[in-house]
Design a protein around this ligand. Sequence first.
Ligand code: PLP
Length: 375
Amino acid sequence: MNLFDVYPVNPINIVRGQGSLVFDNHDTEYLDMYGGHAVISIGHTHPHYVKRLENQLHQLGFYSNSIEIPIQKELAQKLGKVSGKEDYQLFLCNSGAEANENALKLASFYNGKKKVIAFTKAFHGRTSLAVAVTDNPKIVAPVNETDNVIFLPWADETALEQAFANNEISSVIIEGIQGVGGIQVAPSSFLQKIRSLCDQYNAVFIADSVQCGYGRTGKFFSQDFADVNADIYSMAKGMGNGFPVGGIIISPKIQPAYGMLGTTFGGNHLACAAGLAVLEVMEQDNLMQNAATIGEYLIKELKKLEQVKEVRGRGLMIGIELPEELSNVRKELLFKHHIFTGEAKPNVVRLLPALSLTKAHADRFLEAFVNVLNQ
Ligand SMILES: Cc1ncc(COP(=O)(O)O)c(C=O)c1O
């Protein structure tokens, strides 16, 4: 059997990793400034993470949500504490798309309305509702098309007000920093406007924090910079440091009912062990502060480079927009300097490294980047 060939891959076989370094099958070392797409939050194979997962696996890998699972409650407690959203409620699932799917559905159960506001260049995942609120017609199949989604221009307060006027809006879904859209930071005033309109019209504010959340920006949720609380935050990627786990945290104003949401694998013992290990390491090693400090340093240094059109982002979620003629930079970084980075259109290098990235590794990246720009 062949694989269903949907991924354009680099001809590299990564077989092991440690911190921000990964190694291929020839033992060549690579610096990981991409984090496997923002997934590696505490670093590859962190010893505490490995030990916690190993211990859990020896005890029990999985049992379904039909029994008490104390480790889920432990994860919820810890997440409440680290995120500062202690009065929220946690529902666990397995991926970012699934988290958004549940968030949109829950919003509609809550207020009985159908229309969702999303924004240009948004990416929220590939399952049916998640892809319907994603602004990329190429990945929306005819079966996913719906009249329930209204796309508005990014950060346009007037358009937002007008869309709310007929009181049909169930929810607004927004990334605090657009990832796939090219690292666009949502202005604080726009997030505040969403909050006030959602309050006025009893709509639900969904903060897609799958990529920009979980401490990556230096605060737990990037929306925290705007001093607003969303009603639902969706999370995945960094939550399990590579173990597939996603979830939503839900404001106390939204009440649960048996059967309203559900999943077989979500919240399983192993996933919770991974989630707890991540939060424990984040706390012990002060990783949010590290993301803020190293991110600020990288952004400051990158802004000095005259070939760079624009540097955007916060903490360790950074977009470097380059002119069209420098379209080869990522390839050069990978094959000449052995550094993984991410991309976004049109010509944006995306940096999404582990939150534990050291200054020495940041400097190694900067040196290689300058070298590529100047060749
Ligand atoms: C902002 C955002 N939301 C949702 C998703 C979907 O997550 P997943 O691939 O885990 O379904 C992604 C994935 O890149 C994302 O960046």
